[in-house]
Design a protein around this ligand. Structure first.
Ligand code: EPU
Length: 433
């Protein structure tokens, strides 16, 4: 397993292009199962999660061709209805197969995904929604069986105790597009990735109204056809690079993005006195990082358009180097703070009170060997490493490969001293620390 060595203290400078969004591409791949015609998907990021999703679709019977340069062709002429434990366990997002299988085959058998390192991740809202659409749900032996022989449109309310559900909305929209009658979804997630999926479904012949709003109205159609669709830019990757520019005290322009998708982050950056400039027509945001003037802030993560939980860890790292007391409250995944103990090892001062991280910003962090625990926690450690004094060694970086396309190369192009090395390169003295 490779490790990442970051020699900190160098301000990043330059321009970086955003990739397509992983969290849009995954349900979009699943949506290709809704038709027997070819779907061409463009701007697909080259990530281990995406390649794995491609393999899953192949195992389900689809023909999957990666043409390179982010262009994939998926044709699901004949498919099976079972997604076994072995697949779902390795990638939680494979639960988004539930909607397309229910819709197209009128039956699905999918292993229940279980929790993950960021906390328990139930799918009760997905199942409740399917029941409202006339499905019979049975849970046995760790599998959920869906009998959708009586699939029919209905009214659904998708709000849970942590707000709307992203993959739940994706699943139920995909279940409803081929269901006879009209489905009305209230409290639907309106993340740009959900919007992207709905746009693709409409391009395939679905009838979804209200795209981008919390209320969706879907008129079921008999059949969907193939389409060509380019995946929306990754606002989380873009936000990570902006915060990398800020924390390192450099100047970074991120291009190929939709600044309107990042309002909550940009607002918070402004409040924290991190200067930035957006050009919506050009699709760019430039951050002018100057550590001396950053101010502490309060951040609360919420479903879109609120501050995204997927940028909480990166923001926390930035605030760890922002003098004053900042508070981050995690409302979407109250336990998503695996990065905190690792940041403490780098000299950060953070105390936890329930879902609140109280950050006493310091003027310096020091490089250390640290352990990545999940995708966004790993990104936070990269940011901290870029700004810390000395060398940071990040282990278990396969988490980063799941969600950041060519991260090392992109950071190096911005002038970062980052190297991907074999684990054996970890200095002897640090191995037991
Ligand atoms: N929830 C329920 N019941 C449900 C579904 C969700 O209680 O049936 C709860 C969850 O436990 C959580 C909250 O509702 O507390 C939101 O969960 P959601 O369903 O929206 O999350 P998800 O769809 O499983 C996606 C992203 C996550 C991102 C969240 C929130 C994908 C593949 N994953 O997960 O991305 O954090 O939305 O925005 O789209 C990541 O990229 O690192 C990542 C974890």
């Amino acid at each position: 397993m490779d490790i990442l060595r970051i020699r900190g203290g160098k301000p990043l400078h330059g321009t970086v292009a955003a990739s397509g969004a992983k969290n849009a591409a995954l349900p979009i791949f699943a949506a290709t199962l809704l038709t027997d015609e070819p779907c061409i998907i463009e701007r697909v990021p080259d990530l281990s999660d995406i390649r794995f999703m491609g393999r899953i679709l192949e195992q389900m019977g689809a023909e999957v061709i990666n043409h390179g340069n982010g262009r994939w062709e998926i044709t699901a002429r004949k498919i099976g209805h079972v997604a076994p434990y072995d697949l779902v366990r390795r990638m939680r997002a494979s639960v988004c197969l539930l909607g397309p299988l229910t819709s197209r085959l009128r039956r699905a058998r999918i292993s229940l995904p279980g929790g993950c390192v960021i906390g328990p991740r139930p799918i009760d809202l997905h199942l409740k929604g399917l029941e409202r659409l006339g499905c019979r749900i049975t849970i046995e032996g760790g599998y959920v069986d869906v009998d959708a022989s009586r699939l029919e449109g209905n009214y659904l309310f998708l709000g849970g105790r942590h707000g709307s559900t992203v993959t739940g909305t994706a699943n139920l929209v995909m279940a409803a597009v081929l269901a006879p009658g009209v489905t009305r979804i209230e409290s639907a997630a309106c993340e740009p990735e959900v919007v992207d999926l709905c746009n693709m479904l409409n391009a395939m012949g679905a009838q979804i109204e209200g795209v981008g709003h919390h209320y969706l109205r879907i008129t079921g159609v008999e059949k969907l056809h193939g389409c060509t669709h380019a995946v929306v830019p990754d606002r989380i990757e873009a936000g990570t690079f902006l915060l990398a520019g800020a924390i390192s005290g450099g100047e970074v322009k991120v291009e190929g993005i939709v600044p309107g998708h990042m309002r909550a982050l940009l607002e918070k950056m402004e409040e924290a006195a991190i200067a930035w400039e957006a050009d919506p027509d050009a699709g760019t945001v430039t951050v002018y990082g100057d550590r001396l003037v950053r101010k502490p802030v309060e951040v609360v993560t919420l479903p879109h358009p609120g501050f995204p939980t997927d940028l909480q860890a990166q923001m926390l790292a930035t605030l760890a180097l922002t003098p004053g007391i900042s508070i981050i409250t995690e409302r979407v995944y109250p336990n998503r703070f695996m990065h905190v103990p690792e940041l403490l090892r780098m000299g950060a001062e953070i105390s936890m009170e329930g879902p609140n991280a109280v950050v006493n910003g310091r003027s310096r962090l020091s490089g250390a060997p640290v352990m990545a625990s999940d995708l966004r926690a790993s990104a936070a450690l990269v940011l901290a490493g870029l700004a810390a004094e000395g060398d940071t060694y990040i282990q278990r970086i396969y988490h980063l490969d799941r969600g950041y396309e060519r991260l090392t190369e992109k950071l190096r192009n911005l002038g970062a001293e980052v190297e991907r090395l074999p684990e054996s390169a970890l200095p002897e003295a640090l191995k037991d620390s």
